[in-house]
Design a binder for this molecule. Structure first.
Ligand code: SAH
Ligand code: SF4
Length: 371
């Protein structure tokens, strides 16, 4: 399930891999650092702006690497605090990247905390029954360069909005890997991309401000626990018993709670930081108070934060979000046990913020427009 582009993406190169390629060309290795500085710090958009490189080198680079493997096709501002970037890849696949602004008291929206939500696959193979991303299955994995490109596009769009006082740092506060796809099913590209995002020669973005969300691919959770960079982990639980989880998440058959919860515990102990349990509230599926009590026990045992997410309806799917009263009663059971819990009131509902929905709509429009 790989796409082989004509040229590798510059955004998928590490300092080492780029230096090795340059040395093959007879160039000194330090050129790699210069090039990456233009890309990630100065954020130029063409080879010709790299003025400390010779013209022949720039020509060779342009013939060898794809400067940016994703084009911005739509930047959708919502009425509230969420923006969506729709990006088109070289094979015309569409992916989306979301910017969520959390307003802070007393400051304008441009100074709010920004969380960026990135995708790791085109579609998803996991088949969770409530999710728009998985509806059409998996089209392909994203390359590391395509994952990093999403963040560079966000930087460019944010730079245009609020000209930086030349700080050269990324213009956002947190990254969540919660867009389209199952990140741990595209493990190597994910880790390579996040290594580039984290490196001082890359975006210089702290690993502890990056959260990877998984539906529960147990062997990869165990592998992630061994990574030198300490990324944060969120687990999409969505059911506090196998019976409930299995109804909505097929992965539970391969990795039931008896396997998933010990892996989560091990990760959390190794990492020394709280993990997050995500729990979408879906009416009459997992919103009973019995589920709330069982979720409470799991969260207490793992010493985990719980993120309750009222379900975002997906066109064509029958699931609904519970009433506000029901959501609060569920949350209260957790709060009463002094669990750290957030009940997300969906942001960006008006621009189809739930994962995969904007892409789905654009693909449908394309089909309708096709002769
Ligand atoms: N595949 C990974 C990450 C992407 S999905 C995972 O499943 O964790 C990110 C989060 O959005 C998951 O918790 C997922 O269950 C949730 N989600 C998917 N569809 C949703 C919807 N319609 N409404 C609310 N949350 C949804
Ligand atoms: Fe894939 Fe996550 Fe959607 Fe499940 S919830 S289908 S794992 S993207």
């Amino acid at each position: 399930m790989k796409f082989s582009p004509e040229k590798p993406a510059l955004t998928g190169e590490t300092l080492e891999s780029l230096a090795a390629r340059l040395q093959e060309q007879g160039e000194p290795a330090f050129r790699a650092r210069q090039i990456l500085e233009w890309v990630y710090k100065k954020r130029v958009t063409s080879w010709d702006e790299m003025t400390n490189l010779s013209k022949p080198l720039r020509t060779w680079l342009a013939g060898t690497f794809d400067f940016m493997p994703a084009e911005l096709v739509l930047n959708k501002h919502s009425e509230d605090v969420t923006d969506k970037l729709l990006l088109e890849l070289r094979d015309r696949s569409l992916i989306e990247t979301v910017i969520i602004r959390a307003p802070q008291d007393g400051v304008g929206i441009d100074h709010s905390r920004k969380t960026i939500c990135i995708s790791t696959q085109v579609g998803c193979a996991m088949g969770c029954v409530f999710c728009a991303s998985g509806l059409a299955g998996l089209k392909r994995d994203l390359s590391a360069g395509e994952i990093v490109a999403q963040l560079l596009h966000v930087c460019r769009s944010e730079d245009a909005r609020t000209p930086r006082a030349h700080t050269e740092i990324a213009s956002f506060d947190n990254i969540v890997v919660m867009g389209m796809g199952e990140p741990l099913a595209n493990y190597d590209a994910l880790i390579r991309a996040l290594t580039i995002v984290n490196a001082d020669w890359g975006l210089g973005f702290g690993a502890r401000r990056i959260t990877i969300s998984t539906s529960g691919v147990v062997p990869k959770i165990l592998k992630l626990a061994e990574e030198p960079l300490g990324f944060r982990l969120a687990i999409s639980l969505h059911g506090a018993t196998d019976a409930v989880r299995e109804q909505i998440m097929p992965i539970n058959r391969a990795y039931p709670l008896a396997k998933l919860l010990p892996a989560a515990k091990l990760f959390s102990e190794k990492h020394g930081r709280m993990i997050t349990l995500e729990f979408i509230l879906i009416e009459n599926v997992n919103d009973s108070l019995e589920q709330a009590r069982l979720l409470r026990d799991i969260a207490l045992d793992l010493h985990a934060h719980v993120n309750l997410i009222p379900y975002n309806t997906v066109e064509g799917l029958p699931w609904k979000r519970p009433s506000l009263t029901r959501q609060d009663r569920f949350a209260d059971i957790l709060r009463a046990a002094r669990i750290s819990v957030t009940l997300r009131r969906e942001k960006g509902h008006d621009i189809d913020a739930a994962c995969g929905q904007l892409r789905l709509k654009t693909e449908k429009d394309r089909e309708l427009a096709a002769p």
